[in-house]
Write a protein of this length. Structure first.
Length: 260
């Protein structure tokens, strides 16, 4: 289901999906009322919505999807040029599964939706993972490896930085994506790792995507991580499908964009 007040935007998103996701059936709606009618007619597998709708907003639509009797839990994705601002200010409700910033373009949107509808592995993609809990690390590593990713696990930030330092002068920077917990037992935290890689090493969000895992529900702390350069947050407890979708999406977007 694609919900947007603009007929042009609905058409653009539907065309992208039809071209890039074989066999997809798109239900286009101009607002919450039309979306409610469509949901009453039968279940859907995924919903995209604008933030501003003629008869409400994306948050109200997400709540309507969750409240629909007989509707299984499906991803509800906000597609908007204001998505990053809403994310940083933590204005998304728990009814929203994920977000997409329109500024990334149509090709990236197709990859993003495909990650939910028809997830495909990226063979050989290297995820540098920083986690000091053996139990959490083992479970998370298995999640990623089941989807074809190679996981380079480090227990601390110091070891991870040493790995990147070894690759600093080469074309291969040492990993395709970083996944790190915020709170670690060493002197440096995941926040410190984020800062070093963005500032000291100068790796931008597309050259080296960084996902930060956090169990901290404090909106200010989450916003600070995003402003410091995290591509996205993964909230604990970790749900495998969401973790894998976010990871594969960031990997694909980094390959669509020029490095830097």
């Amino acid at each position: 289901m694609v919900v947007d007040g603009s007929k042009l935007v609905r058409r653009l998103i539907a065309d992208v999906l039809a071209q890039e996701v074989p066999g997809v059936e798109v239900v286009a709606c101009d607002g919450i009322a039309q979306a409610r009618a469509a949901l009453a007619a039968g279940p859907v597998d995924l919903v995209t919505t604008a933030l501003a709708l003629p008869d409400g907003d994306g948050m109200a639509l997400a709540q309507a999807v969750r409240a629909t009797a007989g509707q299984k839990y499906v991803p509800v994705i906000v597609v908007s040029g204001e998505a990053q601002t809403h994310l940083e200010s933590r204005r998304f409700t728990e009814d929203v599964t994920d977000y997409f910033d329109k500024g990334l373009g149509h090709a990236a949107l197709a990859e993003f939706i495909r990650g939910y509808v028809q997830p495909e592995p990226i063979p050989g993609a290297r995820v540098l993972y920083v986690e000091d809990s053996k139990v959490v690390a083992t479970a998370t590593k298995r999640m990623l490896e089941r989807h074809g990713m190679k996981v380079l696990h480090f227990i601390g930030v110091e070891e991870a930085l040493a790995h990147f330092d070894e690759h600093r002068d080469g074309a291969d920077i040492g990993a395709d994506l970083v996944l790190t917990d915020v709170y670690l037992k060493g002197e440096l935290s995941g926040h410190d790792l984020l800062g070093r890689l963005r500032v000291q090493f100068g790796y931008g969000k597309r050259r080296l995507p960084i996902l930060v895992m956090t169990g901290d529900a404090n909106p200010d702390n989450q916003s600070e991580l995003l402003r410091a350069g995290a591509n996205d947050l993964v909230l604990k407890p970790i749900e495998e499908r969401l973790l894998v979708t976010k990871t594969l999406f960031q990997l694909r977007v980094s390959r669509l964009a020029d490095p830097g």
